[in-house]
Design a binder for this molecule. Structure first.
Ligand code: F6R
Length: 613
């Protein structure tokens, strides 16, 4: 939530900051702003709305300074407005700050500063930061090059909450100072220039060399140099990390939207996630995961913990863990897990799933599990993300950058990686027949081709979306792993089409929800399990009798049923079917959003990475 960028070098900062903000817009898009050092003073431009509104602010194109910071906002404290947008300055306009995160004790600090004569213009928590830096500067009687850094450190020591902060100041006009705690920030190293960003893809077209800051580490950037300091301001060395992602992977590549591109990338992303982890006729290999038979035999519960779509990936994978490893699995929403006092000890294995690796609740849940002695594994798509630095083991999905706010390819890659982990554990435990394991492995290897087949056949989904895009309520039904997909289909629809929808386990229908079914209501069902197929087919007949329009996605032989529309998908083991059956759900949500003329990639009120509680 909120994106921050920075540039220091020999080129004009403004176009580079705008370019970075456009790429970070998915993190928040209710207002934006930049500050650039022009000579010895700071020039700041802000506007409400998207980055394009900022680009229209009179005078912004005259900026010629080579050092600047920028911000795209997802409002927490204070409504979206030009005044509330970042950067925020101190009362003397000497210190400009952009901030991603939340300052929990801002009102206390604000009261203190007001008592000391400071005035506030905005309703934000952030505005206390430049003013507290200013206050701390005035208290420091030493006059040396580290004076501003000391004032920033003293300020950060007083802040409670989360922050990634960039500071420029007319009193140190050749530097940018940055620091982070629980919010993402990366530094890109160029030739005679350096960059700052909330994430790597935003500045990947400028550099592939990055430094990652840990909590309470400070960096002082100049054109030719970056100095790093620890929380006590002692100088430290940091290793540069080179990223192999291709910058064009973060472009639209001819697709109308990132979401559509990412849906169509799934055969490739699934191949990348499988990589060499599964091979025919040999055991699974998961590099960097050192799990012994002795340890696994002692595990009496696995927790899969995540938020939103990543949590749905956990739900879709629970059955394969239980079937192949014979260990009970609980799937938890991270924001509940962290406060519900879960039963944790060294016999519970906790797996945390997060595309961004920056989700505040998931990180906090992981930290909690560690304090109880549980082993922790993080699954993330972003190398070096915060969660991967906290976990005992980190596994990457390798799905490539996911830019659209609604997650698609990250979800399927998370499931496939969890499925592979279940097989890997099962092989270590040696509790399933090799025939059973080999047949699932073969199905996993066959998946990319099946995904390609589903993606070639989208006409019926498009037509159905055209027929129902004006609906107010849509219901999703499934059983077992199909229910997990129903939940994800319903979430995708809500997110990008703003249609109210609910997902139900089909067997629950008669216990209440069927009261909502009346003439013309749309019910979408997923059926991939031959055992429960006749049961759910009967449940669908029950809604047809009550006037529902029905749309069914299945690989079962149900051609002669009374459904309004049936989409056939290839045959697949129900344990791994969500990776395939979710594709029509993703496309359905996408086409409805397009029919309604909405912004598919940047749905209202949402942000790609939820770094606040
Ligand atoms: C929905 C979506 C969200 C995320 C959730 C967790 O399309 O993207 O529900 O899945 O915010 O995000 P990560 O996986 O980054 O922890």
């Amino acid at each position: 939530m909120c994106g921050i960028v920075g540039y220091i070098g020999s080129k004009k900062a403004k176009p580079i900051l705008i370019n970075g903000l456009l790429r970070l817009e998915y993190r928040g898009y209710d207002s934006a702003g930049i500050s650039v050092i022009e000579g010895t003073s700071i020039s700041t431009f802000k506007n409400k709305g998207r980055i394009k509104n900022l680009m229209d602010v009179p005078g912004i194109n005259d900026l010629s300074g080579k050092i600047g910071i920028g911000h795209t906002r997802w409002a927490t404290h204070g409504k979206p407005s030009s005044t509330n947008s970042h950067p925020h300055l101190d009362n003397e306009n000497k210190i400009s700050v952009v901030h991603n995160g939340i300052i929990e004790n801002y009102s206390e600090i604000k009261d203190f500063l007001i008592k000391n004569g400071y005035k506030f213009l905005s309703e934000t928590d952030t505005e206390v930061i430049p003013n507290l830096i200013s206050y701390n500067l005035k208290q420091d009687k030493q006059n040396d090059a580290l004076k501003l850094l000391r004032a920033i450190k003293k300020t950060c020591d007083a802040l409670k909450g989360s922050f990634a902060i960039e500071v420029i100041s007319s009193i140190l006009p050749n530097n940018i100072i940055v620091v982070r705690k629980d919010s993402p920030l990366v530094i890109g190293k160029g030739e005679n220039e350096n960059y700052i960003s909330s994430d790597i893809p935003a500045i990947l077209s400028f550099t592939k060399d990055f430094y990652l800051l840990n909590d309470f580490e400070y960096a002082v950037l100049s054109e030719n140099d970056i100095k790093f300091y620890n929380s006590e301001l002692s100088p430290i060395e940091k290793q540069v990390k080179s990223i192999t992602w291709d910058a064009t992977a973060a472009e639209k590549d001819g697709f109308e939207d990132f979401m559509l591109k990412e849906i169509y990338e799934q055969p490739k992303s699934i191949r990348e996630t499988i990589g060499s982890r599964i091979q025919k006729n040999s055991n699974c290999v998961i590099d960097d995961l050192l799990i012994t038979k002795e340890y696994l035999s002692s595990v009496n519960k696995i927790f899969l913990v995540a938020c939103g779509t990543a949590m749905h990936a956990g739900l879709a994978s629970k059955p394969i863990f239980e079937k192949l490893c014979k260990i009970p699995v609980e799937v938890d929403v991270a924001s509940e897990f962290r406060y519900r006092d879960p039963l944790l000890d060294d016999k519970t294995l906790c797996i945390f799933i997060s595309q961004s690796g920056e989700t505040a609740d998931t990180i906090a849940a992981l930290k909690l599990a560690k304090t109880h002695g549980s082993k922790t594994i993080a699954i993330s798509n972003v190398i070096g993300s915060s969660i991967t630095r906290e976990a005992d083991y980190s596994l990457y999905t390798h799905a490539g950058p996911e830019i659209a706010v609604a997650s698609t390819k990250a979800y399927t890659s998370q499931i496939i990686l969890l499925d592979i982990m279940a097989i890997y554990f099962s092989e270590i435990l040696n509790i399933c027949s090799s025939e059973e394991i080999n047949s699932i492995k073969q199905e996993i290897l066959d998946l990319p081709a099946k995904l390609e087949a589903v993606l070639k056949n989208t006409d019926k989904i498009k037509t159905f979306a055209k027929n129902v895009y004006k609906e107010k309520d849509i219901f999703f039904l499934g059983r077992g792993t199909d229910y997990a997909v129903a939940l994800e289909g319903s979430l995708k629809l809500k997110e990008i089409s703003y249609i109210h929808s609910e997902a139900y386990s089909a067997g629950e229908l008669k216990h209440g929800p069927i009261a909502l079914i009346e003439n013309g209501v749309t019910v979408i069902s997923i059926i991939t399990n031959p055992v429960t197929a006749p049961k759910i087919a009967s449940n669908i007949e029950e809604v047809i009798t009550r006037g529902a329009k029905t749309f069914v996605i299945t690989n079962q032989n149900l051609e002669n049923s009374n459904f309004d529309e049936l989409i056939s998908i290839p045959n697949i083991n129900p344990l791994i079917s969500p990776i395939l059956s979710v594709i029509p759900m993703q496309l359905f949500a996408y086409y409805i959003s397009k029919e309604k003329g909405l912004d598919v990639d940047k749905p209202r009120n949402l942000a790609k990475s939820v770094t606040v509680e």
